[in-house]
Write a protein that binds this ligand. Structure first.
Ligand SMILES: Cc1ncc(COP(=O)(O)O)c(C=O)c1O
Length: 329
């Protein structure tokens, strides 16, 4: 049985891996064409807000292989493709081809001599001091590939308490959630603050139609009577690669997976609920709005998915080698 302390501890370790504090950075990052010392990668203070309004990014993980002799970047090309799609939607022209970005990611992993699991963050933002809030289309853009190590939660006993947020998920008509833009995360952050203030770990956001959309940094699925259901890509979600990966793996495991609108009350009746995302990996939701989900611990479908995902990202599974980019030590 999972204890309350463990339930509370799990999301904090995710936060630890996502919030960079004074532990410092790696030696190198890639900036607009070349490696630069991480500590020297600066922009003028006046550029920060404007750059952030328009910037788009990706979150990619590279896992140490099961045999410990290489890093495996997970679904690198698909993440980079989504970066270009986000950039296209916000009218930022990335002045590099996908080959250059793939090489940049590999260069960053090699230059920093990582021997641990690494989170990679490519991001594109308007260059220089843009003199207006509404950063114009077509403005020169910079591209950075940053990185840091993280501790994976895969294969560990964990769970979290979620709560439906009073904040509505941003929507296609105003702030398209399909774009992975930093500015979209204002919505998720408000929801997260509310959840924490009310003693929960993570919020679940409903969309403008009152249907389940996603968490602030991950998609969500429920299992009820053996069927896995997850909000469709028109439910106000990011087109998550972990969600797509999970659907594939669950179907391979013999489960029925349906992409459809999900009602709030289905969260309360579900046998299992789990988040899925690059950052959160496969995170079981063990309480929703104070109601225990199933037995109050990760259920069998969630556990099986976690194991399959873990096996794939570490290259232990012979399947889906095409999802992995190898960077030998
Ligand atoms: C809002 C949001 N939804 C979903 C996801 C999951 O997307 P992916 O699986 O591609 O990482 C993320 C990941 O960062 C996210 O920020």
């Amino acid at each position: 049985m999972t204890t309350e302390q463990e339930l509370g501890a799990a999301p904090m370790s995710i936060m630890d891996s996502l919030v960079r504090n004074d532990r410092g950075g790696p030696k190198w990052l890639w900036r607009s064409g070349s490696l630069v010392p991480w500590a020297d990668a600066r922009i003028h203070v006046n550029a920060v807000g404007h750059a952030s309004v328009a910037s788009v990014f990706e979150g990619i993980k590279a896992y140490v292989s099961h045999d410990g002799n290489r890093l495996l970047a997970f679904r690198l090309d698909e993440h980079l493709r989504r970066l270009y799609e986000s950039a296209r939607l916000v009218r930022i022209d990335i002045p590099y081809g996908v080959e250059t970005l793939r090489d940049a990611v590999i260069e960053v992993l090699r230059a920093n001599e990582y021997r641990e699991d690494v989170y990679l963050r490519p991001w594109a933002f308007p260059a220089g001091i843009v003199q207006e809030q509404m950063v114009p289309a077509g403005v020169t853009c910079e591209l950075v590939v940053d990185s840091w190590t993280f501790q994976s939660g895969l294969g560990t006993e964990r769970g979290c308490r979620a709560a439906v947020s009073s904040w509505t998920r941003i929507n296609e008509a105003s702030m398209p959630p399909r774009v992975k833009a930093f500015s979209n995360y204002h919505n998720g952050r408000l929801a997260m603050i509310e959840a924490r203030e009310n003693g929960h770990d993570w919020p679940i956001l409903l969309n403008e139609r009152g249907k389940v959309s996603e968490g602030p940094g991950a998609c969500i699925a429920i299992v009820r009577d053996g069927v896995v259901s997850t909000p469709s890509t028109t439910s106000g979600i990011l087109e998550s690669l972990t969600r797509e990966t999970s659907i594939t793996l669950l179907r391979e495991l013999g489960h029925t997976v349906v992409e459809r609108e999900v009602d709030r009350t289905e969260l309360y009746l579900a046998d299992e609920v789990f988040f899925m995302g690059t950052g959160w990996e496969i995170l079981p939701v063990t309480w929703v709005d104070g109601l225990k989900v199933g037995e109050g611990e990760a259920g069998p479908v969630t556990r099986a998915l976690d194991a399959a995902y873990h096996s794939v990202v570490r290259g232990r599974s012979p399947e889906h080698a095409d999802w992995l980019t190898e960077i030998p030590f």
